[in-house]
Design a protein around this ligand. Sequence first.
Ligand SMILES: Nc1ncnc2c1ncn2[C@@H]1O[C@H](COP(=O)(O)OP(=O)(O)OP(=O)(O)O)[C@@H](O)[C@H]1O
Ligand SMILES: [Mg+2]
Length: 332
Amino acid sequence: MKSILGIGNALTDILAILPDDTLLKKYHLPLGSMQHVDMETGDRIWSALKEVGVKYVPGGSAANTITCTSIFGMPSGYIGKIGDDELGQLFKSTMEQFGVKTTMLHSEKSSGRCMVFITGANAERTFADYMGAALEMGPEDLKPEFFEGYDYFHIEGYLVQNQDLIAKAVQMAKAAGCIISIDMASYNVVESNNAFLHNLVDKYVDIVFANESESRAFTKKEGSQDGLRELAKHCDIAVVKEGKNGSWVKSGEEEHYIPAWPAVPVDGTGAGDTYAAGFLYAHSLGLPLKTCGEIGSIIAAKVVEVVGTKIDVPRWRDAKLEIKDLIAKVNG
Ligand SMILES: Nc1ncnc2c1ncn2[C@@H]1O[C@H](COP(=O)(O)OP(=O)(O)OP(=O)(O)O)[C@@H](O)[C@H]1O
Ligand SMILES: [Mg+2]
């Protein structure tokens, strides 16, 4: 089985169900907003939330993808940076419980987190993000041996805020012989790092995952198919995702539209990360391009049926059966 290494912002979601909006008022958080907070505020909010009871869910885009490739059975590794605190330890041990080999770097700052205040009858969500240790990861942290033995290297686009880090990482990954993939993360990430991303994709990246708005920001083309065709000029494999409308994949002259797999959606969180995991797993098995897209779609259809990013055991079992059937048909 081929192996995969991911790199990303090691962030933990801290969810708290609150009886009223007292804490929102206290920390000046408008209902439904997302705000960045400094370390002091981030630590104060965390302490306050702990008193009312919290749920911790380690995440971050690449971490979600890598957890999923590990559950597929690929030897999977992860590089991220945490603080010297319980949240960092929780992040590391949770990744390891899923079989991921972690390379956790350490910072003086406290661990990154996304604090989610759940309030009101409609369970409205208000976010306070503290990136902390995650933002401290730099090129000087990377060592060639981190990459040795891996076949794939997957990058989350959110990391391009630190261009030197990405530049060093892809050089090391290429030197180690890895196939390099990137998930574009969000259209504003693409817009504010356009020149850097173009250079990165042209020189280093083999597989690009983008949703419609990220594709538009990168290619300046309207529409998924035009975006896909432009994107495919810059990499070996281009993927453009359209949520419940499915996805497009293209490599050279080969192009496929992949309908979404049937699902009863309750929460779209993690669809993109999970799709990437399924796609890369299938690619590592040497399956045809279309099948890679289909396997991405099967597993993404499971994560939209659960709240959060962790697919439950019955759905994992269903996905693995559906994928086994699909592969049997392909190998016909
Ligand atoms: N409602 C849905 N039903 C079935 N499949 C879905 C649904 N939403 C998303 N998917 C699957 O997940 C894939 C990726 O979703 P999407 O296009 O939302 O990516 P994304 O915008 O990168 O997601 P994310 O918000 O997680 O970053 C889709 O191409 C589709 O196969
Ligand atoms: Mg995405």
